[in-house]
Design a binder for this molecule. Structure first.
Ligand SMILES: Cc1ncc(C[n+]2csc(CCOP(=O)(O)OP(=O)(O)O)c2C)c(N)n1
Ligand SMILES: [Mg+2]
Length: 309
């Protein structure tokens, strides 16, 4: 793929995620979506760049901020909107909502509201892949806040000790809800991961999906060949509030100027002509997915009570 093609392809995918989430913002006040939503607007390049070099066989485990990875890994948009609407045609038959999207058919294995809880799942899948000699790379995605959880440390240690084919991917937006990393952590994330013997990589320009894709491509290749765990941190910026569809710059814990300066680097903000060129095709797909969700039935009571224990 030449570099223009790669840029446009990644741009299209990142824009698709942003426009999907902007539609969620439009729909949210009407209450058709009852699930809490954690938007990735501003962070799309992480998912798009990370999934670019993954094969259909490779697996991703993610957090409640899941829409971007679900879509970037190839999850069905129809099933995503149906899931947000709580409909039987949703990817979890209407029982999971936004925070627990999954599309195992394309390798998006699971997402969870419990911080750090899918990291050991990624490690377990990597152990299985190694034991069964599957040609699989597993990616465990988590936020900077998750690095404070005990299970995160256990997972890094286990994966390093047993040389497992897993990429620990830290989506570092510098925030856990309203608190900045410096107020919560007395360690350096990369240095600490390195102390477990993991090779570490960092992409400070997390708005640049080409840079993220190039780094991740090299890392995924390395893990595929070496079957050894690797740690990647991508710095990024959350434009919206932690949960919900609004902005929270008036809350006083962060300032608008930091967001504006990030936006000045964000290709989705900087290339409006390309946005307009791609918008009609994406909107058609989104309209169809919303229509699919709206015209699908709710699950029956019997259906709601199965597969939940
Ligand atoms: C085990 C656990 N502890 C606390 C919470 C409450 N909580 C929800 S999101 C969040 C912040 C997580 O921040 P980070 O991992 O950086 O992810 P981000 O939301 O920034 O993507 C917290 C503390 C939770 N859901 N689970
Ligand atoms: Mg965070």
């Amino acid at each position: 793929m030449n570099s223009t093609n790669m840029f446009e392809r990644l741009f299209f995918q990142a824009l698709r995620i942003r426009l999907v989430e902007e539609r969620i913002i439009d729909l949210y006040p009407s209450d058709v979506i009852q699930s809490p939503v954690h938007l990735s607007i501003g962070q799309e390049a992480v998912a798009v760049g990370a999934c670019h070099s993954l094969t259909h066989n490779d697996l991703v485990f993610c957090t409640y901020r899941s829409h971007a990875f679900y879509l970037a890994k190839g999850g069905s948009l129809n099933e995503m909107f149906a899931e947000l609407y709580g409909k039987i045609t949703g990817c979890a038959r209407g029982k999971a909502g936004s925070m627990h999207l999954a599309a195992p058919d394309v390798g998006l294995m699971g997402t969870s509201a419990v911080v750090a809880s899918t990291i050991p799942h990624a490690v377990g899948a990597a152990l299985a892949a190694k034991r069964l000699s599957k040609d699989q790379v597993i990616v465990g995605v988590f936020g900077d806040g998750a690095t404070e959880e005990g299970v995160y440390h256990e997972s890094l240690n286990f994966a390093a000790l047993h040389s497992l084919p897993v990429v620990f991917l830290c989506e570092n937006n510098g925030l856990a809800v309203h608190s900045f990393r410096k107020a919560r952590q007395n360690f350096d994330i990369l240095g600490h991961a390195q102390s477990y013997g993991l090779p570490v990589y960092s992409v400070p320009e997390g708005y640049d999906f080409v840079k993220v894709a190039e780094t991740m491509s090299a890392v995924i290749e390395q893990v595929r060949l070496s079957q050894e765990a690797v740690f990647v941190e991508i710095q990024t910026f959350r434009y919206k509030e932690h949960v919900g569809t609004g902005e929270d710059f008036s809350c006083g814990y962060r300032n608008l100027e930091d967001c504006q300066s990030w936006k000045r680097q964000d290709p989705l903000e900087q290339f409006p002509a390309l946005v307009e060129a791609f918008r009609p095709m994406i909107m058609q797909e989104i309209d169809a997915a919303v229509h699919f969700a709206e015209s699908s039935p709710f699950p029956s009571i019997e259906e709601l009570l199965c597969d939940v224990v």
